[in-house]
Design a protein around this ligand. Structure first.
Ligand SMILES: [Zn+2]
Length: 57
């Protein structure tokens, strides 16, 4: 399987930090919801949408 080179922030502005998948889409640290609220950066393992493991049949 081939994966894209990397996610890109949806906001057309100077970016900062790693790009992560938020409910609003792919956003970098500068445009993330927690930054807008003035919250500290979440840990790298933070996942807004935890992936559910699929049981093999
Ligand atoms: Zn950005």
């Amino acid at each position: 399987m081939t994966e894209p080179a990397g996610p890109v922030c949806d906001i057309p502005a100077p970016h900062e930090g790693p790009v992560r998948l938020y409910p609003a889409g792919w956003l970098c640290s500068a445009h993330s919801p927690w930054r807008a609220l003035g919250l500290p950066e979440p840990p790298p393992a933070y996942q807004p949408h935890p992936q559910q493991e699929e049981d093999p049949r």
